[in-house]
Design a protein around this ligand. Structure first.
Ligand code: SAH
Ligand code: SF4
Length: 382
């Protein structure tokens, strides 16, 4: 399903595309640069506040573009660390954006860093057996504006209480594509979004602070390696053999490990930076010591960091998180083999707690409450 809005959002434009549109409408090329300055540097989201623009140009902008195509509905502060937003899109679809205020594993432990986790699709077509986003099926791809706008909502919100260094534009430190959807299945949006975030006329946000997480679309990993954007790559491995991956990730039938691992290796070699292998620990599925030993081989071959994530229970699915003892035994095998490994224990630090679960619950509750007046989920808190 493709969604075509009446008016596009200004947050989906690049400097080039806006300049082209402005020139075609008879305005000077430099006007588009001024618009970008207002949007990303000064964080203004009203045309009439863009005071150095002529009135007729502002009227033209107003006639042709909207600001946000996303509307924050629920701000569900799950704890001090994780703040979840359910965003309503113009076609009433729901997506999730999460702000995590937490020390990032491995870097600057002492400093609290802010990471924003964005969604890139409504639902997901890849149907991993453990995932809430996959459970609800795929509805549609997001447009770049819908991704950039998730970030600009958070940016504006955080501006109020963030001290930024002079050369820092964004009021958060990292962006991860780990919300709903498979980033590499919405490739054009991913690349355009990164371009807008990265550009000096845009958010001027360093590519190495952006992590793209993928369930393993091998050809697109190779394509991304050639794209010239040095983002970090996280591979959702979740199984160290085809046998285990096949059980829980249908994508593995299409791109089994013998295809995925060389593609990941090519990416790593191109950018020279460590990859991350995500490994959700699911009881009796992938948490055996044999799996740990196989994982050691892969991590060594790819020169990758391993991030173990105890499974987050999804309502309606049978999978369980292993006991602490089993988790420790698994991680120990990796540590003893000299692999760089982290395990996310604290609830609030778990970025993946976001993955489709809030949306799924809300949609269920909305469906149940549909006939009742005064549906609390439809009340905007923004
Ligand atoms: N589609 C991409 C990115 C979104 S999912 C991918 O699969 O990588 C982001 C991460 O959350 C993935 O590693 C995914 O496997 C993980 N995840 C999904 N459901 C989870 C759950 N219930 N508990 C823990 N992690 C989960
Ligand atoms: Fe899609 Fe990622 Fe969930 Fe798999 S884990 S269903 S690829 S969002």
């Amino acid at each position: 399903m493709k969604f075509s809005p009446n008016k596009p959002s200004i947050y989906g434009e690049t400097l080039e595309s806006l300049t082209e549109a402005a020139l075609a409408a008879g305005y000077k090329a430099f006007r588009s640069k001024q618009v970008m300055e207002w949007l990303y540097k000064k964080r203004v989201d009203r045309w009439d506040a863009m005071t150095n623009l002529p009135k007729d140009f502002r009227a033209w902008l107003d006639a042709n573009y909207i600001f946000y195509p996303t509307r924050p509905l629920i701000d569900k502060r799950s704890d001090d660390v994780t703040q979840k937003f359910l965003m309503e899109l113009e076609d009433k679809s729901l997506i999730e954006t999460v702000l995590i205020r937490a020390p990032q594993t491995g870097v600057g432990q002492e400093k609290s860093r802010k990471t924003v986790c964005v969604s890139i699709q409504v639902g997901c077509a890849y149907g991993c057996k453990f995932c809430a986003s996959g459970l609800a099926g795929f509805r549609r791809n997001l447009m770049a504006a819908e991704v950039v706008s998730q970030l600009m909502h958070i940016c504006r919100m955080e501006d109020a209480h963030t001290e930024r260094a002079k050369d820092e534009i964004a009021s958060f430190d990292n962006i991860v594509f780990m919300g709903m959807g498979e980033p590499l299945a919405n490739y054009d949006t991913l690349v355009r979004t990164i371009q807008i975030l990265n550009a000096d006329w845009g958010l001027n946000f360093g590519a190495r602070r952006i992590t793209v997480s993928t369930s393993g679309l091998a050809p697109q990993i190779e394509k991304l390696a050639e794209e010239g954007v040095a983002v970090r790559l996280a591979i959702s491995l979740h199984g160290a053999t085809n046998e285990v991956r096949d059980q829980i990730m249908p994508v593995n039938k299409r791109y089994p490990l013998e295809q995925l691992l060389p593609a990941a290796k090519a990416f790593q070699q191109k950018h020279g930076r460590m990859l991350t292998l995500e490994f959700i620990l699911i009881e009796e599925v992938n948490d055996s010591l044999e799996q740990a030993r196989e994982l050691v081989k892969i991590a060594k071959e790819l020169h990758a960091h391993v991030n173990c994530i105890p499974y987050n229970k999804v309502e309606g699915l049978p999978w369980k998180r292993p006991s602490l003892r089993r988790q420790d035994a698994f991680v120990d095998v990796l540590k003893k083999a000299g692999i760089s490994v982290t395990i996310r224990r604290e609830k609030g630090h778990d970025i993946n707690a976001a993955c489709g679960q809030l949306r799924l619950k809300t949609e269920k509750a909305m469906a149940e409450a549909e006939s009742r007046p005064g549906n609390p989920f439809l009340k905007s808190e923004s």
